[in-house]
Write a protein that binds this ligand. Structure first.
Ligand code: SF4
Ligand code: SF4
Length: 345
């Protein structure tokens, strides 16, 4: 089913109110000086004209989450605080990014992460049309500018809302029921076909190039420049790393809970092992790890697209104005030099 309607903002607000009786509805909204994902009730709350600073992942992959409760003799899995299905307004790059997260949490090692899966399977996508690219986006270079994976698509504007129902699910049926009788139109979402920024991921090809990439002098420039704040990971739709901590409630008991919280491969503590040895002690080592994970390792391991979807949020976020996109471009040039047997710049 693909049927489109042109409706007023008031009608759209009525739709959100109706859906909000059974679904949790989330989208990008303003929180202080940031645009961040959370609950919305109306079109007026939804920030659709700008790119969000943070990704939608925190809706279903919380920053801190209790996994288990334990006592001396028992372990009990945590329950979900909110059992409702979630409608998530998001852009094509983020839908593609969530597919990368699904790969990491549900396919990696052949065993699904239950704590991710139980929330993720409740999420339904409402596409926010991106007819024009934002400043730091490079989704076209990463092939994540398009998607067909959504229940409905929306274009918001001063003159009202265009909506396309795009599927046969129960939610699509509910949308159809609510919008029946409204004015049908020819709306189909447009997708960005060009970004101001283009990025060429390196064509690494053979593993024999890896030692040379490991030793490139360019990584050493980050040793002093990057402050290891982890901000770039925090905003990334495809970063999935976490730490687990056991919290004991009282000194004299063994009752407690196991929590997991987002972590970051750019923190120096992240790669410190038992005994204090740090396998990536310098910021440049961590940068190398992050960049290679995003534009080489993931693809080699899972045979899909690159992990990075080119949302450009990390470039917006870095307090030291380190641009991931330019680092990838630079690496691509260095790889070509390595292939020709030339010295690095
Ligand atoms: S690495 Fe940067 S551009 Fe790529 S998906 Fe993550 S935040 Fe977006
Ligand atoms: S690259 Fe920038 S945002 Fe990322 S850890 Fe370094 S200083 Fe922080």
């Amino acid at each position: 089913m693909r049927v489109s309607y042109g409706i007023s903002t008031e009608k759209m607000n009525g739709l959100l109110e109706e859906l909000g009786k059974t679904y949790r509805i989330c989208g990008p909204r303003r929180v202080g000086k940031y645009i961040r994902y959370g609950d919305i009730q109306s079109v007026e709350e939804l920030v659709y004209q700008e790119k969000s600073h943070f990704s939608p992942k925190e809706v279903f992959y919380p920053i801190v989450q209790t996994l288990l409760y334990f006592s001396e003799n028992q372990v009990r899995e945590s329950e979900m605080e909110d059992e409702r299905e979630v409608i998530l307004f998001l852009r094509p790059c983020d839908i593609n990014g969530i597919r990368r997260l699904d790969t990491l949490f549900l396919r990696n090692g052949g065993k699904a992460d239950n704590f991710y899966q139980r929330r993720r399977e409740k999420v339904k996508f409402f596409l926010l049309e991106c007819a024009e690219s934002f400043e730091t986006c490079f989704c076209v270079s990463m092939g994540s500018n398009r998607t067909d994976d959504y229940e409905a698509a929306f274009r918001f504007g001063e003159e009202g809302v265009k909506a396309q129902i795009h599927g046969e699910s129960a939610l699509c049926g509910r949308l159809e029921g609510f919008l029946a009788g409204e004015k049908e139109c020819a709306f189909a979402p447009e997708f960005v076909t060009e970004n101001k920024k283009t990025v060429a991921a390196p064509d690494i090809g053979h593993r024999s190039l890896l030692p040379g990439i490991h030793d490139l002098p360019m990584w050493r420039e980050f040793d002093d420049h990057c402050i290891g704040c982890g901000g770039c990971n925090t905003v990334c739709i495809t970063c999935s790393c976490f730490d687990t901590t056991d919290v004991i409630y009282h000194e004299t008991s063994r009752d407690g809970e196991r929590r997991r919280a987002w972590s970051s491969c750019m923190l120096d503590s992240y790669s410190t092992m038992a005994g204090g040895h740090n396998v990536r002690a310098k910021a440049g080592d961590r940068m190398r790890f992050k960049v290679m994970h995003k534009i080489y390792d993931f693809k080699v391991r899972f045979g899909e697209e690159h992990m990075c979807v080119g949302c450009g949020r990390c470039d917006m976020r870095c307090p030291k104005e380190i641009h991931f996109s330019e680092t990838v471009d630079r690496l691509a040039h260095e790889v070509e030099r390595l292939k020709r047997g030339e010295e690095s710049l």
